[in-house]
Unconditional design. Structure first.
Ligand code: HEC
Ligand code: HEC
Ligand code: HEC
Ligand code: HEC
Ligand code: HEC
Ligand code: HEC
Length: 400
């Protein structure tokens, strides 16, 4: 039964990966076959969330005439990663940054040539050269497929979760019926003469029923695939994927403190002071941000990931020191319109990773105090030092 459970969970994840794998493959394939300029238009779709060409300021400045304002080399560097330039103290970069309420422009993963193409597209006023067909219908098509698949994934997970529970309760009920029939026959009707048959049936039923009860009970506080409705329709897909906003822009304490934290209304206002409408929900949901801001009341988000109080978990330790990716524990959040809890957050889940995941042994000076391990690591006797090796499965590390 327990093994069944694990296999079952893995196949869930596996199907999720399969679906998202197909999705990426589809997007990759569909990006071939565009003409050069249509590709520029497609690349500009991302920028459109924050910039217009000649229609005024959105989150970032109006891009009309940028190529006259700056030289090409500067623009390429800035568009690819403006924050690097701001942090290096580039005068013009710091100036635009300050003029725009210090909203960082997300990193744009474009090659030099792709940026040049986008700049040409901007210079042409957002129009394609003669004879080129527009890619916008394809792009819209892209978007809807994307949406369908994501919704399919969520539905799939929900469906399999229901299936799992249903199977479990069928087995449970059938076993109880078997038990009662055997008992009834043994004591009252006595159709079957060999008593050992009754005993075997009753004993197996009791053992399996016991195990089901145990598994269910130990999972009581747990809520894998928990997906509560939130007070505002906040979509990670819109923000982290379509607009490429970095997780740590909003969850800004994830690499510094124990809690990743949920952003306050002020963080939303950095952008939504300008962005007043969404494509899916119009002004309905964004108006709730203004209401919260004006009334000085926080938005009451429902927490999705919950550990019991007796467990100590620290984000900075994992994200900053351990250099883990958010997705290793939270799944592909950027594909979700609504957050769903992916791991079961059981003790076994923590320990499983600690047994296999390596620590940053070569680069983290802290580990030099583990002199014996360090020697073995240096002379190649131990190519990987896992979290378990440094004591990551000691009870007191995780329990108060
Ligand atoms: C999530 C919002 C966002 C997205 C998406 C975005 N930008 Fe920006 N952009 C900004 C902000 C905010 C600034 C202001 C400067 C800063 O952040 O340092 C800016 C500044 C700029 C500037 C400097 C403009 C000036 O007049 O000084 C250029 C050029 C630019 N962006 C181009 C692009 C291009 C091209 C894309 C798409 C590949 C893009 N941006 C995507 C938010 C965004
Ligand atoms: C090693 C696994 C792991 C990694 C890596 C991880 N998280 Fe978490 N995260 C958790 C667990 C476990 C909780 C539940 C914590 C609790 O209830 O105390 C959680 C909770 C959260 C919460 C809810 C608020 C809070 O702090 O409790 C947010 C938001 C969050 N994580 C975001 C992130 C982001 C963003 C990243 C990447 C920068 C990240 N997490 C990386 C395991 C992880
Ligand atoms: C860095 C900029 C940025 C930040 C910060 C930000 N948003 Fe957004 N948000 C956007 C952009 C860009 C859009 C897309 C508008 C569109 O659909 O064209 C958007 C769209 C939305 C939408 C409408 C989605 C739709 O498609 O209908 C909602 C609701 C929303 N945001 C809520 C929030 C909340 C709540 C916060 C704070 C926790 C927040 N946003 C923080 C940039 C931001
Ligand atoms: C524009 C701001 C914004 C960005 C960018 C963002 N998040 Fe969030 N995140 C939120 C808000 C607001 C919530 C609370 C509402 C909800 O659960 O959907 C949240 C909730 C979460 C939660 C669930 C926390 C809990 O237990 O309640 C996780 C996990 C999470 N985010 C991870 C990520 C990861 C990973 C990324 C990057 C891929 C990311 N977030 C990017 C604003 C953001
Ligand atoms: C995806 C892998 C992964 C998961 C899941 C994970 N951890 Fe970790 N954990 C790590 C890594 C890697 C480190 C080592 C970071 C470092 O170098 O200090 C670590 C370190 C720790 C440490 C410090 C250990 C020490 O010896 O100093 C604690 C405590 C901890 N984790 C608790 C937890 C808890 C509690 C959970 C489950 C809720 C959990 N971890 C889940 C990868 C993981
Ligand atoms: C890597 C982190 C980690 C380590 C090491 C760890 N635990 Fe846990 N433990 C957890 C988490 C997370 C939970 C919560 C599980 C849940 O809610 O089902 C937990 C739950 C428990 C529970 C409550 C029973 C239950 O299933 O809810 C007990 C008892 C316990 N641990 C004992 C221990 C003992 C004894 C050790 C040392 C041999 C230990 N733990 C080591 C993370 C850890």
């Amino acid at each position: 039964m327990i093994i069944n459970n694990i296999v079952h969970n893995n196949s869930l994840l596996f199907k999720g990966f399969l679906v998202s794998g197909f999705l990426s493959l589809f997007m990759l394939l569909s990006s071939f076959g565009y003409t050069q300029t249509a590709e520029d238009e497609k690349n500009f779709q991302v920028c459109k969330a924050c910039h217009t060409i000649g229609d005024g300021k959105l989150v970032g400045p109006d891009l009309k005439g940028v190529s006259e304002k700056y030289d090409e080399a500067w623009l390429i560097k800035f568009i690819q990663n403006s924050q690097v330039m701001v942090q290096a103290g580039d005068e013009r970069a710091v100036k635009v940054f300050n003029e725009n309420n210090k909203i960082p422009m997300p990193v744009n993963a474009l090659t030099d040539d792709q940026v040049k193409g986008v700049l040409l597209y901007i210079s042409a006023g957002g129009k394609l050269a003669d004879g080129e067909t527009t890619a916008s219908t394809d792009t819209e098509h892209d978007g809807s497929v994307d949406l369908e698949v994501a919704e399919e994934t969520t539905q799939l997970i929900a469906e399999m979760k229901r299936d799992g529970q249903r199977n479990m309760s069928y087995v449970f009920i059938i076993l109880i019926i078997l038990f009662v029939i055997s008992l009834f026959d043994l004591v009252v009707v006595k159709v079957v003469k060999a008593k050992w048959i009754h005993y075997i049936i009753m004993l197996t039923s009791v053992i399996i029923i016991g195990e089901i009860v145990f598994v269910e009970a130990s999972g009581l506080g747990r809520q894998q695939y928990y997906q509560p409705d939130q007070p505002v329709w906040f979509s990670h897909k819109v923000h982290a994927d379509q607009n490429q906003i970095d997780c740590k822009y909003c969850h800004f304490t994830a690499d510094k403190s124990m809690h990743a934290g949920i952003p306050p209304v002020e963080t939303c206002m950095n952008c939504h002071a300008q962005v007043k409408q969404g494509k899916k929900t119009g002004t309905k949901e964004i108006d709730k941000i203004y209401a919260a801001f004006e009334n000085n009341e926080p938005i009451e988000w429902v927490k999705v990931y919950n550990l019991p109080d007796h467990v100590y978990f620290n984000h900075a330790q994992h994200v900053n020191v351990g250099k883990l990716d958010c997705a290793q524990c939270h799944g592909e959040v950027e594909k979700m319109d609504q957050i769903i809890q992916i791991p079961d957050l059981s003790m076994g889940w923590c320990i499983e990773c600690h047994r296999t995941e390596s620590v940053q042994f070569a680069t983290n000076k802290f580990y030099e105090q583990y002199t014996k391990l360090h020697e073995k690591f240096k002379n190649g006797e131990m190519p990987n030092v896992t979290v378990q090796n440094i004591g990551g499965d000691e009870c007191a590390k995780c329990h108060y």
